[in-house]
Design a protein around this ligand. Structure first.
Ligand code: FAD
Length: 438
């Protein structure tokens, strides 16, 4: 349905933040026929970030926005996913992954991408569509009733609707919540770095790890390491997670972090992990404080709504942060195109809250599983890993009148268009749709 179908004029929408969530929302809202302006606090958008898995539930949106050709050369499709034991590298699980299966089953592929490659492609698309993007424009305040934002420069910008896509340390979250809502520490740091595969093609440890398009994880007590191929298989991207010792203070990231700290944390791990960490170039290491948030009471107020990490940061254990940010953008645009403006925030939260919250909760559950200390719980987990049907054998919360869904089908089979169409049909039928009251 076009905006005119609900008598919504062409709206002016300000998107705060040019991360994956903000760019996704900008592309989708522009596509829905509205005017979009992005305001981004950073003066330069740097090539930063690790590997992001974009699963079928989100690749279908990227394809709809015409990004497949732009990403073709940098996509990796893993063919094997392995979990290895931390101290001796024993294989706990090895699952062959045929990329055509996701395509057949969920009608969209699974892509492993460098966040910077995805971000660059989305940014280029935004620019090619003529969407205005203002860098160096940090939002300090907003009035959600008049839909205006005040920038650090003192300039005030007016619109019809504001999208808060300003990440886990969101200012828009404080404004919408009418109180400070700081992100919570998870107790973990993540170190990220990448090795150029070309340099290690004869290395007896690293070469076999990247053979056969593998994604490899080592799980151990309180820690894990993941290595995946990225950027058209030119990079071996590594993320190592270990307990936060407070060394970052109030900062949430540090470039060129202490490589000795990284190596010290894994000094008793298997030779493969120690070899990978030995090759980490200190200049290329990024250290992140992993942050979290308990479910918020409300994601919206007045003519403003939160999306992405600003309202539902996801621990990286299910690799869904970027995919959920993309789903958010797609759903919000459909709400803006099909509902009266004063229903948009409520409907968006109604459509997205239960799903995002369950993914958040299961990501926390997955962290516990990955990090069990040696002992009976870890042994039970390792037994479960031998049977792929037991891994993530979760169900989605039942929805009245609908069949229950197993985890993978519900996660990867999600199509924002189908969800929104059903929701709007019920809305037109005059039913009350507020499942998650603000
Ligand atoms: C180590 C690590 C590994 C990860 N791995 C994965 C993975 O495998 N798979 C996955 O899907 N996700 C992963 N994620 C998460 C993923 O990157 C994010 O969840 C996703 O990109 C959504 O982010 P966002 O756009 O909401 O926020 P961000 O990427 O944080 O973007 C927010 C933007 O808003 C800007 N901004 C902030 N405040 C203001 C302001 N006041 N005014 C204007 N602009 C502002 C910021 O400069 C920034 O550009 C990982 C994250 C980390 C840290």
């Amino acid at each position: 349905m076009s905006p005119s179908a609900v008598d919504n004029p062409v709206l002016d929408v300000i998107v705060v933040g040019a991360g994956i969530a903000g760019l996704a929302a900008a592309l989708a809202i522009h596509d829905a026929g509205h005017n979009v302006k992005i305001v981004e606090g950073a003066t330069v958008l740097r090539e930063i970030g690790a590997g992001v898995l974009i699963s079928s539930n989100a690749t279908r949106e990227l394809i709809r926005w015409g990004l497949e050709d732009d990403l073709r050369d940098v996509i990796v499709q893993s063919r094997v996913s392995r979990v290895l034991r931390w101290d001796n590298g024993d294989v706990l699980s090895e699952v062959k992954m045929d990329p055509s299966i996701a395509l057949k089953k969920y009608d969209a592929p699974v892509w492993m991408l460098h966040r910077a490659d995805l971000h660059t492609a989305m940014l280029k698309k935004v620019q090619s569509l003529g969407i205005e993007i203002r860098l160096g424009s940090r939002v300090l305040d907003a009035d959600v009733d008049t839909a205006s934002v005040t920038l650090a420069s003192g300039e005030v910008l007016y619109a019809d609707f504001i999208v808060g896509a300003d990440g886990v340390r969101s200012k828009m979250r404080d404004i919408i919540s009418q109180k400070p809502v700081p992100a919570l520490p998870t107790g973990d740091y993540a170190f990220q770095f990448a090795l150029e595969i070309e340099k290690y093609k004869d290395d007896p440890v690293i070469a076999p790890l990247v053979e056969g398009h593998a994604a490899t994880a080592w799980w151990g007590p309180g820690r894990h390491v993941i290595g995946t191929l990225l950027r058209g298989e030119k990079l071996f991207n590594c993320v190592a997670v270990f307990p936060d010792d407070g060394s970052l203070g109030d900062e949430h990231k540090q470039l060129g972090a202490d490589v000795d700290e990284l190596r010290r944390n894994f000094s008793d791990w298997c030779p493969a992990v120690r070899t990978i960490l030995f090759h980490a170039d200190p200049r290329s290491i990024v250290k992140w404080k992993l942050q979290d948030l308990d479910p918020l009471k409300s994601w919206h107020r007045g003519h403003a709504v939160l999306i992405g990490d600003a309202c539902h940061p996801m621990l990286p254990y299910l690799a869904q942060g970027a995919s959920q940010a993309i789903e958010d953008g797609a759903v919000l645009a459909q709400c803006l195109a099909n509902l009266p403006l004063d229903r948009v925030g409520l409907a968006f939260q109604d459509l997205r809250f239960a799903r995002a919250t369950q993914i958040q909760q299961n990501a926390r559950k997955q962290k516990t599983e990955n990090h069990y200390p040696d002992g009976p719980e870890q042994r039970a987990r390792d037994e479960r890993l031998k049977d792929p049907t037991q891994v993530r054998a979760w169900q989605w919360e039942p929805v009245v009148g609908k069949p229950t869904k197993n985890w993978n089908d519900g996660l990867f089979g999600y199509d924002s268009k189908v969800e929104c169409e059903e929701y709007f049909k019920e809305h037109e039928a005059g039913r009350t749709l507020v499942k998650q009251a603000a």
